[in-house]
Write a protein that binds this ligand. Structure first.
Ligand code: SAH
Ligand code: SF4
Length: 347
């Protein structure tokens, strides 16, 4: 609920506006999760709120901390369907990575979440709830949010947009510090552009060659490279923001010199940055592997020689399976089940 909805929920009491502002301050700015501690509200109101509302819809199933100070939570909303969120402290900022769906229906072949199937969309309270849970763990304010946990945010566009507005208006984050990563759903990219929120949009491109992208990401059959790149360029033009292309380096498949040249060709000329992500090991049927550092350097070199802005993802939390879908996959035993069924069909 935003402040207006809080006010409406308080009914026609004369002090509804003031109480809604107090509530918003406690719940969002201070990440308070216990209504009985809000002693600047009258006791009768606290009791009424305690009876009618739930402040934190999420429960923690697992909490792991990595050797490099990454906290990963596996949470659920009471229905037993678990999803992940991660706290990422850097020297100059605190960031967090949150989920938009339980599982994901997009079926990308390299992704632990995609291989596990899809359960449901998350509610705005469950999306913002991840931020607030992580904020309670963090000694410093979380200033950056990336929608790179489980799920495809643009398949849950209404709830994601509502969450973006809550993060900005009530929690006080800058839209510029929020990144939404998408597999590339063209109509939804235009829908999101209409909202005119100056957030950072990142496209998971992963290959600029249609046949290869087709084989990795089923979405490419519907919206191939050229169409999705046009939508991204239009998005950048409509919002005035530089777009990001996420590029997954899978050894021998997406990290070849021919792939680099094609990527440089499609990226050329637009205000964008290419973010290279060496493949994080997931047990795939194709046996995908991570390229060695010198292959990554060579790939990067080809792009930079063509004048493309390149960054490389700083990876953290390897020892706690912090990458997309890995921890939830372990928890639900989906991979065990998948491997078992693969084994059965092979016999
Ligand atoms: N569904 C959205 C956002 C969640 S995935 C999307 O696909 O963009 C966040 C990022 O993690 C995406 O760029 C995705 O391609 C990447 N990713 C998925 N599996 C990965 C793996 N095994 N190694 C490295 N990155 C991976
Ligand atoms: Fe879904 Fe993103 Fe994983 Fe693809 S990479 S299956 S879109 S979460």
């Amino acid at each position: 609920m935003d402040r207006d909805e809080l006010r409406q929920a308080l009914g026609d009491r004369p002090d509804a506006r003031m109480r809604a502002s107090q509530l918003a301050l406690h719940l969002y700015k201070r990440a308070e999760d216990d209504l009985s501690r809000l002693t600047d509200l009258p006791k009768s109101l606290r009791d009424e709120l305690l009876e009618r509302f739930r402040v934190q819809p999420l429960e923690i199933a697992t909490h792991r901390t990595s050797s490099d100070a990454v906290d990963k939570l596996l949470v659920h909303g009471g229905d037993g369907e678990v999803f992940e969120c991660v706290l990422l402290p850097y020297e100059d900022r605190i960031s967090c990575c949150i989920s938009s769906q339980v599982g994901c229906p997009m079926g990308c072949k390299f992704c632990a979440t995609g291989l596990g199937g899809f359960d449901r969309n998350l509610e705005p309270g469950e999306i913002v709830g991840q931020y607030l849970l992580l904020q309670r763990l963090s000694p410093k304010r979380i200033s950056h949010v990336v929608f790179m946990g489980m799920g495809e945010p643009l398949l849950n566009l209404r709830h994601v947009v509502k969450s973006l507005k809550l993060l900005q208006k009530e929690i006080g984050l800058s839209y510029r510090h929020i990144t939404v990563s998408t597999v590339g759903l063209v109509p939804q990219i235009y829908e999101l552009a209409k909202e005119k929120l100056p957030i950072q949009l990142a496209l998971s491109l992963h290959s600029a060659i249609d046949e290869v992208r087709d084989s990795l990401m089923p979405v490419n059959h519907k919206w191939p490279v050229e169409e999705v790149m046009k939508a991204m360029r239009d998005y950048g033009a409509a919002t005035g923001r530089k777009i990001t292309l996420e590029y997954l380096l899978i050894k021998g498949i997406t990290d070849t010199p021919a792939q680099a040249r094609e990527l440089a060709r499609v990226a050329y000329g637009a205000p964008l940055v290419v973010n290279l992500i060496p493949f994080n090991w997931v047990d795939t049927e194709q046996g995908f592997a991570r390229p060695e550092n010198e292959r990554v350097r060579a790939f990067r070199g080809i792009l930079e020689a063509k004048g493309i802005n390149v960054t490389q993802r700083i990876e953290r939390g390897h020892d706690i399976a912090a990458a997309c879908g890995q921890l939830a996959g372990q928890h639900r035993g989906r991979f065990a089940r998948r491997q078992l069924s693969a084994l059965r069909s092979a016999l």
